[in-house]
Design a protein around this ligand. Structure first.
Ligand SMILES: *[C@@H]1O[C@H](CO)[C@@H](O)[C@H](O)[C@H]1NC(C)=O
Ligand SMILES: *[C@@H]1O[C@H](CO)[C@@H](O)[C@H](O)[C@H]1NC(C)=O
Ligand SMILES: *[C@@H]1O[C@H](CO)[C@@H](O)[C@H](O)[C@H]1NC(C)=O
Length: 307
């Protein structure tokens, strides 16, 4: 999920389902494999997640802190239940330490998390132990008070549009739901056209204009973040393991330049995974947790990519 600074938060995607879905299959307009141009790009290993592995969590940054919210943890072998978590942790990129902050009020996973004007917003999610069910209940977090507030009913996702595992952005374009953080309400659905290629879940994205060249390696459950007008995409999963690594997980890092409308391939992830999020602090992209095999496979890995 990805967040830009504005008061309008857009949730793209259909009603939630817990499955992988490929991104659209259009050809990229240009793709270059220019590893040599990115010699300065690198991965850094950071202190792993205290309190256990996590996936299907959400990630956002407030100031210089990176937050990891809810999700599910590693299950016993052959487990069929994956209880949702309330756990929220924050990593200070300054002191390089993790701390636990106030739990989100209800257990959830695949939440739409966004940071706007110094606050975190949870705008709809999935909940339960599996199968996961959508809920439109929404919350706001005040880091100064270390407190969550349940938004009034008008702030919950409108009936019929409740979902999780969407992509979050802000600005103004394209089954898109739009929440206004200033009025605390959702805008009427009319006037927000559905996604052109149909619904999908486990997407990652950013609002960058009207159109985008299709990504070179279609994948769901990926992480995405924007730095300097470029959208970086990391990893993802594929139920069929087609094109993915042996565990059904992609290692691919691909970046979309919003100015040139071109994709470029970057060096692979140091630890390929899916099912988490990415947040940017000072031009570095932080990726806590995530699963190292398709479906369930939560890890405590925490690393950062410097473009
Ligand atoms: C778990 O599943 C694997 C593969 O299906 C099987 O070999 C193993 O015996 C199972 N373990 C338990 C504890 O049921
Ligand atoms: C998406 O939009 C279509 C067409 O307007 C509508 O029928 C459907 O209920 C919407 N779904 C969600 C999740 O909002
Ligand atoms: C996946 O993560 C688990 C938990 O951290 C670890 O035990 C396992 O070795 C990892 N597998 C791979 C292929 O990295």
């Amino acid at each position: 999920m990805l967040v830009l600074a504005s008061r309008l938060l857009l949730l793209l995607l259909p009603l939630a389902a817990h499955s992988s879905a490929a991104a659209p299959h259009t050809q990229p307009r240009a793709l270059s494999s220019t590893r040599q141009l990115h010699a300065e790009s690198h991965w850094e290993t950071l202190p792993s997640l205290p309190l256990g592995p996590r996936q299907e969590n959400s990630v956002a940054a407030l100031g210089t802190d990176v937050y990891i919210l809810a999700g599910i943890t590693a299950a016993a072998p052959n487990a069929t239940a994956f209880p949702s978590l309330q756990l929220v942790q924050a990593y200070s990129t300054e002191s390089r330490t993790w701390r636990r902050v106030a739990d989100v009020p209800t257990p959830l996973n695949h939440a739409h998390l966004a940071a706007v004007a110094g606050k975190l917003y949870v705008l709809g999610s999935l909940t339960g132990d599996g199968p996961f069910l959508p809920t439109g209940v929404s919350y706001k977090y005040d880091a100064g008070a270390d407190a969550w507030t349940r938004l009034p009913k008008d702030g919950h996702m409108p009936e019929g549009s409740e979902r999780g595992a969407g992509a979050v952005g802000s600005g103004g374009t394209a089954n898109v739901s739009v929440f206004d953080t200033q009025t605390g309400t959702w805008l009427p659905a009319e006037g927000w056209p559905a996604l052109p290629d149909g619904g999908r879940d486990h997407a990652g994205g950013a609002v960058v204009g009207d159109t985008m060249a299709g990504m070179p390696t279609p994948r769901g459950g990926l992480m995405a973040a924007a730095v300097d007008g470029k959208v970086y995409t990391f990893g993802g999963e594929n139920d069929e393991a087609l094109g993915a690594g042996p565990d059904g997980v992609y290692a691919d890092v691909e970046v979309y330049d919003t100015e040139t409308d071109c994709w470029e391939k970057l060096p692979d992830m140091a630890v390929p995974r899916h099912g988490t999020g990415a947040a940017v602090v000072a031009g570095r992209i932080f990726i806590p947790g995530g699963a190292n095999m398709t479906g369930a496979g939560a890890t405590s890995v925490f690393d950062a990519f410097s473009p």
